[in-house]
Write a protein that binds this ligand. Sequence first.
Ligand code: GDG
Length: 460
Amino acid sequence: MSRLIAVSNRVAAPTAGKSAGGLAVGVLAALRERGGIWFGWSGKTTARDPGDPKIKRAGEIEFATIRINKDDFERYYNGFSNDTLWPLLHYMLGFFRYSRAEYEAYRRVNELFARKLAPLLQTGDLIWVHDFHLFLLGAALRRMKVAQPIGFFLHVPFPSFDVLRTLPGYEGLLSALASYDVVGFQTGSDLAAFHDCLRQAEIGGEVHGGGRVTAFGRTFIAGAFPIGIDVDECQSVAVGNFDSDDIQRLAYSLRARKLIVGVDRLDYSKGLELRFRGFEALLERYPAAHGNVVYLQIAPPTRTGVRTYTEIREELERAAGNINGRFAEIDWVPIRYLNRGYPREQLMSILRLADVGVVTPIRDGMNLVAKEFVASQNPDDPGMPVISTMAGAAKELDAAVLVNPYDRQGVADGLQSAIAMPVEERRERYRTMIDVLRRNDIHEWCRRFVESLQDSASGR
Ligand code: GDG
């Protein structure tokens, strides 16, 4: 069996006693099955030459990590990746910034990855590159005469052509994607947006049957591969930790109140301020919610080096203070806003305890929390997710309550209908959703992508 070489900005080596989240679960499972390497940034920068990758072996898997030049890192990561590509790919042009120097650093880091990875490769390897930090890696590897199949999976949305062309040199990004053998997106709409970009007169690409496309002189596969979760892992972690002191303390603190839970990285794409305002509208429109509903929002800070992320943190603190100031009573505070991360075990049990899971991003490639919320529920008395139509997850989980995150009253009504939903209806919707999650779990996602990559090799 061919070795799998997974490449991502960060490498998630498993830590003893901790369970891995989302992507790491799937990639680790695929790597364990076939053996291979997980290659990426070590989390450290250096002022000198980054040297050779540091390699740690755990069973069949090698974790190979490199340092990145300190000046390049700031421009590559905080700059081009997070201040240019992230808002562009999430259709949030109000946050979009562009600097040529940052793009150059991004290109250099992609080339550094290629230079350090190439010597580790063997004939017959399958290379799987993850996400928008590494758009240019495939092209850089091809320039180094790497001939093995290379796939790319985009975890975030792919924008329409009119948004994409905001990026100076967007053609370079599309031509870099044409260096891969398989390009995967989260949903059919992302794939359709990509097709549409290729068909533009200035690009001159073509879309054939069977997932094949031609552009920039190469024919390759472009497909939708919606990412799943490990349903059993999620369930057993949620159940296993449910009787812990922390979760019982939380349950006790609620008394008989309904619990609405949100779990999101503190990111403007997650629509947290709009969500707080939607919850405020619930309190305005449904007086019965006063004293009877608690909204717990967990929002671990990320990308603290990016200015817009400091701003959104301040805005949220203001909004939470404002709403609590307006509605709290001596024995009830409506919003519990926790600005830090929690161990996965605790998180999954908190989701299980909740009556409603609120997942209302402005844009999201998929959103694994929506799926984890469903998987962690008690099938006899399941909580109900309220999901934004702008999240990839809404396409598969259409049995959830779906809302438009910009519609303050609509979010409030969605929350209310989830709170008040009879148990029979919740069970029925849960059964529909859990079936979807089981049919397309994280293992199936890995299997489908790797199979496409393998097929692309035999078709060449
Ligand atoms: C990108 C795309 C796509 C969150 N807080 C804590 C914590 N988490 C875990 C969640 C979940 C993961 O992090 C977040 O995944 P999401 O999918 O919700 O969002 P992104 O981080 O933006 O991920 C997204 C995903 O890639 C996969 O393709 O779905 O659209 O944007 O697993 O549970 N985990 C722990 N503590 C926390 O406080 N341990």
